[in-house]
Design a binder for this molecule. Structure first.
Ligand code: ADP
Length: 446
């Protein structure tokens, strides 16, 4: 049973979860820092409680503050959204210890997949291929150089605790290993408090293909196809689509079933994403995210499901509402991430939004917590909204996206809308002909 949900997040995802709670008739509580007094998620939730000062470390990332907020508001479940505490196994465990339901997988699975080295070992043991590289953590630069010599340059040095594209450095030759190792370790220590590193072969022209999975926690799991998230800047996704222009029904069925079977084998509970690099017809596992992804709406569009409703349902101990045979794709969907950043410098530019108008019409969804007059605080991620479009095929979806971006008004601050308007004139994008390095190459010409 879940009778009141506390949403341990902010911004568009907190609002997304508020909507789901209200649709399901479950009271919800917003938490907020002092910088977010006027945030939309706070206005829309049934109750709101301040959990600390603007800095995330002492508010949205503070486990004691969130547990106290649950006690004060009598919330018996927590939805973590993405980012912040969503992949923190200690948080899930502390909630469990307090008899509060964590709307997500069990802490043991968060722990297992949170360590990317352990995740690769687990997936390999479940029959899923990984990017060639070190079998475990590498102790120092000379061990990394030895492995790189064996698998061949270029290689990536990656943080075991990594996330958000941080702690990833490339070494193109033996002469670059020392520097790459030292910078990756330093970055990982600052970002994650853990400088364990591993080595992976650097793939030259893969696509990033991820499989959405969902488990009932009792050994049953389904997949909901793939998302192609190959358009990236600094290893961070900016544009996602499903189906992928390079995956056919047979391939989807094959890789999707393998992923669903793998998570079923560990009795995984709730939403998860198995991420791969895909090159020359082969999938190489890179990591699993044990939470809802930013780009989940495109999967919802083509499968006609609500993943947040489903997360809440399964966390409340009910069976999954869908079975694999019923899940079929209808049409095509694309999401673009709009950031409060100047283009083409990508410098963050928080400030006051003087006017905001979201695009509309059939098949157009805007997930954003902006409103006219809202002051974007400088303390958080620069994502201010996502435009998601859905149409019968890829061509029609691109046309719809073009129109939606023309209608979108975000005045008073700079945003990355122009990036997408330019991309929609690029033949490679129109033809679906891009890999994970395409966007960086294109931007270097700007
Ligand atoms: P994070 O957890 O920080 O997001 P990932 O391991 O998921 O890190 O990788 C993020 C992105 O970095 C991938 O989507 C891909 O673009 C790039 N990347 C990761 N591993 C490799 C690799 N072995 N070769 C080439 N690019 C890679």
């Amino acid at each position: 049973m879940v009778s009141k949900i506390l949403i341990a997040n902010r911004g568009e995802i907190a609002l997304r979860i508020v909507r789901a709670c209200k649709e399901l008739g479950i009271p919800c509580v917003a938490v907020h820092s002092t910088a977010d007094d006027n945030a939309m998620h706070v206005r829309m939730a049934d109750e709101a409680i301040c959990i600390g000062p603007p800095q995330s470390a002492t508010s949205y990332l503070s486990i004691p503050a969130i547990i106290s907020a649950c006690n004060v508001t009598k919330a018996d479940a927590v939805h973590p959204g993405y980012g912040f505490l969503s992949e923190n196994a200690d948080f899930a465990q502390v909630l469990e210890d307090h008899d509060i339901t964590f709307i997500g997988p069990r802490s043991e699975h968060i722990n297992l997949m949170g360590d990317k080295i352990a995740a690769k070992q687990t997936m390999a043991s479940l029959g899923i291929d990984c990017v060639p590289g070190s079998d475990g953590p590498v102790a120092d630069a000379s061990q990394a150089a030895k492995i790189a010599g064996d698998i061949g340059y270029p290689v990536l040095i990656k943080a075991a605790a990594g996330g958000g594209g941080r702690g990833i450095k490339i070494a193109r030759s033996a002469g670059e290993i020392d520097q790459a190792f030292a910078t990756a370790a330093a970055e990982a220590m600052v970002a994650f408090g853990d400088d364990a590193l591993y080595v992976e072969k650097y793939l030259q022209r893969p696509r990033h293909i991820e499989i959405q999975v969902f488990g009932d926690g009792a050994g049953k799991a389904v997949h909901l196809g793939e998302r192609d998230c190959s358009l990236q800047r600094r290893h961070q996704k900016v544009f996602e689509e499903t189906p992928s222009p390079c995956i056919n029904d047979d391939t989807r069925h094959e890789i999707g079933s393998r992923c669903a079977n793998a998570v079923a084998a560990i009795s995984y509970s709730g939403a998860g994403t198995v991420e791969f690099l895909y090159e020359d017809g082969k999938f190489y596992f890179i990591e699993m995210n044990t939470r809802l992804q930013v780009e989940h709406p495109i999967t919802e569009s083509v499968y006609g499901v609500d993943l947040v409703h489903e997360q809440i349902r399964v966390a409340a101990g009910q069976p999954m509402s869908f079975v694999q045979e019923e899940l079929c794709i209808r049409g095509h969907s694309i999401e673009v991430r709009i950031n409060a950043e100047s283009f083409p410098s990508f410098a963050a530019c928080p400030g006051t939004v003087s006017a905001f108008h979201s695009p509309g019409g059939p098949g157009v969804r805007t997930d954003s917590a902006l409103y006219s007059g809202y002051r974007i605080p400088p303390h958080y991620d620069s994502l201010i909204g996502k435009v998601i479009v859905h149409a019968s095929d890829r061509r029609a979806t691109l046309a719809k996206l073009n129109q939606a971006l023309d209608e979108l008004i975000v005045d008073g601050i700079d945003s990355t809308v122009e990036l997408f308007q330019l991309l929609l004139n690029e033949p490679d994008i129109l033809e679906g002909n891009y890999n994970i390095h395409w966007l960086e190459g294109w931007l270097s010409g700007k």
